[in-house]
Design a binder for this molecule. Structure first.
Ligand code: DAH
Length: 383
């Protein structure tokens, strides 16, 4: 008669031993009867099925009902049985597979292991499984590229916090309280700060320029730094705006730095980023922390600066032949006053550029939102 799990009447060591021995004898007998895949599956399920296999039954009817003082002993017996069943199921499989090999080749029983090895031989010349590699996000890639252009010029990299104080984001950059220049940067303020003095109130930095101040507080001139990072503005998202974007700030302070140094540096950087045939021009502008200030334009990389292509007006530069790319200028002497640099001894320049804007131009992307949507069909093109 087929084995069935008995109820245990008492949990003495002798009784457990006896029940366990009966079970293992049945296991061995049933295992040796396995002669093919179908029989093996029945065997496996009868002993190991989660729902009503013999292992589950002994856990339910032996282990759970064991009195507290016999739990430990019973647990050990059940563990041993578990192990024995797993082994028996594995062995039974090997055995019927060996039988199949023997049947197929008509070989001798002693040859089974060797046949088995050759049947399971691995062809290591087969191509492997290709795992898709991740790629740098195009914004990170562009940021790294820009940073490396400046590292090659001897700049070091500085970072600052995304949650800034009014002082670093505005005041020390020569934006006085209530100055209209603040309105050009739609600022996201942290709520509940009204009780603090204005300069200590927190906001999400609207640009990377505050890292200029933090760098000058930390280091004495001469100083050359680039500061990549994330910035925030209260802008509704559309094809050319995003409330979160990235900038790279640059600052060089030394003795006798002139506007020529600024022009030469940025002209070199634009050629390194967009190709040596690109031209730059500097257009008067205004920023509170630089004087004079300029917007840098590059000759349109789509029409070669001609203003027309494919028999019509170039849509990228709108026919003008130039594309505005970044802001820059000579550091305003007022700014040195905030960081204890002597404006009679040092001079310097600063610049700030939008990373998305540069990536859009470099890669011909037509919607800034693509950078933030995480669609792999877009992202994997940069791998
Ligand atoms: N911070 C400016 C902005 O976000 C960009 C900028 C302009 C940075 C001129 C500079 C600079 O360092 O000199 O609009």
């Amino acid at each position: 008669m087929a084995y069935s799990v008995p109820k245990l009447t008492d949990y003495s060591a002798a009784e457990l031993e006896k029940a366990s021995a009966e079970l293992l004898a049945a296991l061995e007998m049933e295992s040796s009867a396995v002669d093919g895949e179908a029989a093996w599956k029945l065997f496996r399920d009868r002993w190991m099925a989660r729902k009503n296999g013999i292992l589950t039954q002994i856990r339910e009817s032996w282990l759970k009902t064991a009195p507290a003082e016999s739990k430990r002993q019973t647990g050990m017996v059940v563990n041993d049985i578990n192990w024995a069943v797993e082994e028996a199921v594995k062995e039974a499989k090997n055995r019927y597979e060996d039988l199949a090999i023997l049947g197929y080749t008509g070989a001798d029983k002693d040859e089974a292991p060797r046949r088995r090895v050759s049947a399971e031989r691995l062809d290591i010349t087969l191509p492997g499984i290709r795992r898709p590699l991740g790629a740098e996000h195009p914004i990170v890639k562009t940021m790294n590229e820009i940073v490396s252009v400046f590292r090659n010029l001897g700049y070091s990299v500085e970072e600052g916090p995304e949650i800034e104080t009014d002082y670093y984001n505005f005041e020390a950059l020569n934006f006085p309280p209530n100055h209209p220049a603040r309105d050009t940067q739609d600022t996201l303020f942290i709520a509940g700060q009204e009780s603090k003095p204005l300069r200590e109130r927190l906001l999400l930095r609207t640009h990377t320029s505050p890292v200029q101040i933090r760098s000058m507080e930390k280091m004495k001139p001469p100083l050359r730094v680039v500061c990549p990072g994330k910035v925030h503005r209260n802008d509704a998202p559309d094809a050319t705006h995003s409330p979160i974007f990235h900038q790279i700030e640059g600052l060089a302070v030394d003795t006798n730095i002139t506007f020529c140094d600024l022009k030469g540096t940025l002209d070199h950087a634009m050629k390194a980023l967009f190709g040596s045939s690109v031209k730059t021009r500097f257009y008067p502008s205004f920023f509170p922390f630089t004087e004079p200030s300029a917007d840098v334009q590059i000759s349109c990389i789509f029409c070669g600066g001609k203003g027309y292509r494919d028999g019509g007006r170039c849509p990228n530069c709108k026919g003008g032949g130039w594309i505005e790319l970044l802001g820059c200028g000579m550091v305003d002497p007022n700014v040195y006053g905030f960081v204890d640099y002597d404006p009679t001894k040092v001079s310097g320049f600063a610049f700030g550029m939008g990373v998305e804007r540069i990536a859009i131009l470099k890669y011909g992307v037509d919607d800034i939102q693509l950078f933030f949507q995480g669609d792999v069909r877009f992202l994997e093109q940069f791998g």
